[in-house]
Design a protein around this ligand. Structure first.
Ligand code: F6R
Ligand code: ZN
Length: 213
C-alpha cells in the first residue's frame, strides 16, 4: 500500500463489543476451539481425555476478529472468550503461538473475568501478566504468548495486532510447549509453575495450524 487510494475510503468495520462479556458482533471471521482439538496442549492428558469423554463438544474458547486485509501496515483486532474450566490442576488456556512474522507485536486489554498472559521470550525467560477488566498487556517481538482463564467466570480480552503477523503454532510445539504452566494453588488462587518436559502428554497439538482457526 505505497500510494493512497485514488479516491474514497475502504470498507469500514461495523463492529461492536459488549464490554461485560467480550462478545463481538460484526466480525469478519471467528472460530470456537473445542477441548477435543487441544490434545497435547495441557500437561494432564488423562484429565483432558476424561473431560472430552464426558463433554465431547465442550468449547474451550472462542475468537472473533475483524480485519480488512493481511497486508503489512494494516491492523487486525477482536476478542477471545475463554471458558472457566480446569484440566487437572491446570486452568483453561489458548494453544499459544509465536507470530509467523515473529517480530510482530500485539496488545491485549482485559474486558471480563480474571486471566493471565504467559509471555516467553526467544531465549527462554518467561513472564506472567495478570489481566482483568481494564488492564493492558503488551506482547513484545519474538515472544510466544498464551492466555489463561484463572477465574471462575468467563475470561474475555480484546486483542489488536498487525494484520500480517499470522500465528505459528508449530513453533510452540517444537519448543516442547511453553515452559510455564498456570495451576491452582489449592486455595482458590493460581500460581505459575515450571513445566517439565516429561509432564507433557504424548499427543501433539491437533492439526498443523497455520490458519486462523
Ligand atoms: C492473535 C492472538 C489472539 C489469539 C487468540 C487464540 O495473534 O494472539 O487473537 O490468537 O486468543 O489463541 P491461539 O491463537 O493461541 O489459539
Ligand atoms: Zn498473537
Amino acid at each position: 500500500m505505497d500510494n493512497p487510494p485514488a479516491r474514497g475510503l475502504p470498507p469500514l468495520p461495523n463492529v461492536s463489543i459488549d464490554l461485560d462479556s467480550g462478545r463481538l458482533t460484526g466480525a469478519s471471521s471467528g472460530y470456537a476451539k473445542r477441548f477435543a482439538e487441544l490434545r497435547g496442549v495441557f500437561a494432564d492428558d488423562e484429565a483432558l481425555t476424561a473431560l472430552i469423554e464426558e463433554r465431547p463438544e465442550a468449547v474451550a474458547y472462542e475468537v472473533s476478529e475483524w480485519r480488512r486485509s493481511d497486508e503489512a501496515g494494516d491492523l487486525a483486532f477482536g476478542t477471545t472468550v475463554l471458558q472457566p474450566v480446569m484440566v487437572g490442576r491446570e486452568f483453561n488456556m489458548t494453544r499459544g503461538h509465536l507470530h509467523r512474522v515473529a517480530d510482530r507485536t500485539e496488545m491485549y486489554l482485559g474486558l471480563a473475568g480474571e486471566g493471565a498472559l504467559v509471555l516467553t521470550g526467544p531465549d527462554g525467560p518467561s513472564r506472567v501478566v495478570a489481566l482483568s477488566r481494564g488492564s493492558v498487556a503488551y506482547v513484545p517481538p519474538w515472544t510466544r504468548h498464551r492466555a489463561v482463564n484463572v477465574g471462575s467466570t468467563e475470561f474475555a480480552f480484546l486483542f489488536c495486532y498487525p494484520a500480517d503477523a499470522g500465528q505459528d503454532y508449530d513453533a510452540v510445539e517444537r519448543g516442547g510447549g511453553l515452559p510455564i504452566m498456570i495451576v491452582s494453588d489449592g486455595q482458590g488462587g493460581w500460581r505459575a509453575e515450571t513445566r517439565s518436559r516429561h509432564l507433557r502428554g504424548a499427543g501433539t497439538v491437533s492439526g498443523r495450524d497455520t490458519g486462523r482457526d
